[in-house]
Design a protein around this ligand. Sequence first.
Ligand SMILES: [Mg+2]
Length: 125
Amino acid sequence: MSYQNDVEIFMNSGSQPVQKELSMDNDEAKLYMKLISEEYNETLDAFKKSDLVELADGLADMVWVIMGMCNSCGIQFDNVWKEVRASNMSKFVDGKAIKNEYGKIMKPKTYFKPNIKNALGLEKT
Ligand SMILES: [Mg+2]
């Protein structure tokens, strides 16, 4: 199962172009950016109202429109996620966070930034 693939099927069914090449200069990208904003606000409202059902609905809708944005821009989300996950996990040493005296999680020597260009296939490593 892939969230991005589910949304691709939806977009194909609704005659919304799915980009295979990287590009954000298209009508679908503009539409999905607007939808992300709308769904974020719905989710925020649900949170403010302490409505857990609406919150869950809003979170799923946000994932949906974010996947729609990726499909509109030719972004293979799994590749980006793997890079961000690896970067975040590099903050832990032996599975533990290094915190300073105030509890802030510090970036240890093992930390590396996500290489998003590489995840997008824009750079060879
Ligand atoms: Mg919604």
